[in-house]
Design a protein around this ligand. Sequence first.
Ligand SMILES: [Zn+2]
Ligand SMILES: [Zn+2]
Length: 77
Amino acid sequence: MNLQWYNCSYCGLTIKQSNTPNQGKCSAQNSSHYWHRLGEAGDDNYECKDCGIVVQTQSKPQQGGCPKSVSHYWKKL
Ligand SMILES: [Zn+2]
Ligand SMILES: [Zn+2]
């Protein structure tokens, strides 16, 4: 599987790897991270205007998982 971007909707931690990250311990919730898959890694830069996360994907990332809003609001950089 190709590299994918994931982010935790509680703490905003962003990770690029080929499968869902371990649950680990989330600093924001005193529980485990809650991962959302944002999209396949690529060459286009997208920034969420709400939470400030920047990822490099092949196409517009998924909207779910924004720690600051109902959904990410992606802007292509
Ligand atoms: Zn987290
Ligand atoms: Zn966001």
